[in-house]
Design a protein around this ligand. Sequence first.
Ligand SMILES: [Zn+2]
Length: 144
Amino acid sequence: MVCTRFQSDGMKLLDGEMTGEEKTLYEDHIRECEDCRRELEDLGLLVEWTNQLRLKLPDDSFWEAYWDGFYRKAERGTGFILLMAGIAGLCLFAIAKAVTSPGFLTFTGITITVALAGLLVVFISVARERYHERKYDPYRKVKR
Ligand SMILES: [Zn+2]
């Protein structure tokens, strides 16, 4: 005959839901019952694994840092797209101007102006990004 006490009492014991007296009684039984002993060993391992998994789950600060990094990346991505769109717009403008311009010299002048303006935008953007990054870097205060 197979003992099935581990299904009810065993789980209670592992979950820490037994009173002192219940625990003592069941522990006495475990010593004499091979079924309970074997099953509890298996269940115990399972509970141990579950606890270990729970410990490995990331805590709130991990997610905060993760989302913070995500937003910063998204922000930078948006800035980059806007910058690219701006440069593309300037290029289109210059091309349109060049097409309608009467002379090559005017085209060169506009192109150089646009290129300089683009460079200026890039430098301002990079400078602002660096400043922003340093100001809000969540890892700055974390010692590693
Ligand atoms: Zn038993």
